[in-house]
Design a protein around this ligand. Structure first.
Ligand code: M6R
Length: 608
């Protein structure tokens, strides 16, 4: 969602702020802007739409200054427009904000009564007027910030530029992440480490409730109780080309094709390939966990749904899975001795983060699987395991998903070994399948022509259905989500056995039905469902392996087959996810949609 960048330094900042905003584009936005302090004047450039509009405006009418702030806005309060774009300003301050000021309406009313004139529909603007009001009362900037923070409620990250204070930015964090980077005589502020990567890798992460005064020489941070505090300086290694497409047309395509490496890197961090044994970096006491609750959103939720089958079938551990936004308000009684596992690419999704806080209050052992080290969930959980997918820029999650599944497969084996439900020999057999995954992924990604051909069948459709059973039921849902997200074709993923309880009514000769049928214990049943689709004239496309093909041909089922390699309980959902990603990618490119930044979507969902 909204992205923040700030620089306080000794060289002109405006173009660098825009460059920083380019690295925040992936979060999703509808307008953008920058503000600098030039000869003690606040200068602002803002534009609705893509960053190119802001760049064009800046090129025609540039601004100077060595201190500045920038913002990409994902609209919450107020339509996407230049007037609602950040920074918002008065004659004294300019403000960028990520999050929501929940009590803004009440504050706005009070401020209007005091004579403040508002120019936008945003919640953010109350921060501008509160700061201005306190400065007008004679408070020093830091004291004005303290008073403002005491007035506002909600989740936010704020960066404030103050007229008359050329070498200073004020920042505050409550809920939304914010990081301060230290460079050579310059300081940087960002929503994440990626935006700061080309400038510095020396970072201090603000904790919940922290605020700070940032100067070119560094920062003075205060905690929620107003005590000066040192937050550790961490070195975060992100390659500067993580935010480039590396010759691919889209980040999403690059990230899909990175999967042999990202899955291998993830597995290498968890398995000793020489001894074919696990080396999980955290020691979870699976034997004393009575029940596991897994919670996440979107694609990350589908990885919990796959893992439920694994943990129940292999580790014999009862698992409940929940969508974070539902879990939070469901008042689900969590068992004594229970554990709650949270999955998130960003580690910042607000619903998942809040659910984790709730589970901690309910005395659950909390486990996080995140892709962003030092993210809020990473730091809050009792145990945290990292996916090694590297920065995922495309809004549609791909490589993070398969890396999550790789981690979950290993954690499941860890649980099974500790709970005594697998012998060492059985565990080794599972591990051998996992170790072979990167090669199999590579092979599947080479069959682009097959997926492009199926994409041509999906492109004209208004709706599509994805069917699967067992561990491939969540992959059917994930395939449907991918198609919806980037091609805007309505799609549903269903448990194949559930089709005849409703969705079968939708099937006609215009409806593509993607059937996932690896040769597992569910295959024969799934192929019966495939027959039901064909009997009603649906356009059936079946993803199966050579054993499935033999069945289909023996039974004379008239379906298009896309052949997959033979797979195994732990590898099949990972392998079958790949063609689903490429189908949606090729369908979207045929339709000409904005693959990496699909309409209305944000990468990191930091509002409820
Ligand atoms: O960062 P998270 O994994 O917590 O994000 C969860 C969802 O917002 C995310 O998976 C979303 O559904 C993706 N756009 C799916 O492609």
């Amino acid at each position: 969602m909204c992205g923040i960048v700030g620089i306080v330094g000794h060289q002109p900042v405006a173009q660098r702020l825009i460059d920083g905003l380019k690295r925040l584009e992936y979060r999703g936005y509808d307008s953008a802007g920058i503000a600098t302090l030039d000869q003690n004047e606040i200068c602002i450039r803002r534009a609705q739409g893509k960053l190119q509009a802001l760049q064009d405006l800046f090129t025609q009418d540039s601004i100077n200054g060595m201190t500045g702030i920038g913002h990409t806005r994902w609209a919450t309060h107020g339509i996407p427009s230049e007037a609602n774009a950040h920074p918002h300003s008065s004659d004294k301050v300019a403000v960028v904000h990520n999050g929501i000021i929940e009590n803004y309406a009440h504050l706005k009313e009070k401020l209007i009564k005091k004579g403040h004139a508002f120019t936008s529909q945003t919640d953010t603007e109350v921060v501008v007027h509160l700061m201005t009001d306190y400065l007008n009362q004679g408070l020093k900037p830091l004291e004005a910030l303290r008073q403002t923070l005491a007035d506002i409620e909600g989740a936010f990250a704020l960066v404030i530029l103050i007229k008359g204070d050329n070498n200073t930015l004020l920042v505050a964090r409550r809920g939304s992440p914010l990081v301060i980077g230290e460079g050579n005589g310059e300081s940087f502020i960002g929503s994440d480490a990626l935006v700061l990567a080309p400038w510095t890798q020396q970072l201090r992460y603000l904790e919940e409730g922290d605020y700070a005064i940032v100067t070119p020489q560094g920062s003075q941070i205060y905690d929620i109780d107003h005590h000066p505090i040192d937050r550790p300086l961490k070195t975060i290694n992100i390659s500067a080309d993580a935010a480039t497409k590396g010759g691919y047309d889209h980040f999403m395509l690059k990230e899909i094709f990175e999967q042999p490496t990202t899955v291998k890197d993830t597995l290498d961090s968890l398995i000793n390939a020489d001894t074919e044994t696990l080396k999980i970096p955290v020691n979870i006491d699976w034997n004393n966990i009575s029940k596991l609750t897994m919670i996440a959103c979107g694609t990350s939720y589908f990885s919990t749904a796959v893992a439920k089958y694994w943990f129940e079938m292999i580790a014999k551990l009862p698992v409940e899975v929940d969508i974070a936004s539902e879990f939070r308000y469901r008042e689900s009684p969590l068992p004594t001795g229970g554990a709650a596992l949270f999955i998130s690419q960003s580690g910042e999704t607000i619903d998942t983060l809040e659910a984790m806080k709730q589970a901690k209050e309910d005395h659950q052992t909390t486990i996080a699987i995140v892709n962003v080290p030092e993210s809020s969930m990473d730091r809050l959980a009792d145990y945290s395991v990292h996916t090694k997918a590297g920065p995922e820029i495309g809004v549609a999650s791909t490589k993070a998903f398969t890396a999550q599944l790789a981690v979950l497969a290993c954690l499941c084996l860890d649980a099974a070994i500790k709970r005594g439900t697998l012998t060492e020999t059985e565990a080794r057999e599972h591990l051998q399948h996992l170790l072979n995954l990167p090669n199999e992924i590579y092979g599947i990604l080479q069959k682009e022509a097959d997926y492009q051909q199926v994409a041509h069948r999906l492109q004209p459709a208004r709706d599509a259905l994805y069917l699967g059973r067992g561990t491939n039921f969540p992959i059917a849902m994930e395939g449907a989500l991918k198609l919806k997200e980037i091609s805007y074709i309505h799609a549903e993923g269903y448990a194949a056995g559930e089709m005849k309880h409703g969705p079968i009514a939708l099937i006609d000769e215009l409806m593509p039905v993607i059937v996932l049928a690896p040769s597992d214990k569910w295959m024969v049943k799934t192929l019966s469902n495939l027959q039901e689709v064909i009997a009603r004239g649906g356009i059936a496309i079946c993803f199966t392996d050579c054993i499935g093909r033999t069945h289909i041909e023996k039974d004379g089922i008239p379906t298009q087959i896309v052949e997959m390699p033979e797979s195994h309980l732990l590898t099949s959902p990972i392998l079958y996810a790949l063609p689903m990603q490429l189908l949606s990618y090729y369908t979207a490119t045929l339709k000409g949609t904005d693959v990496d930044q699909p309409r209305n979507l944000a990468k990191s969902v930091t509002v409820e």
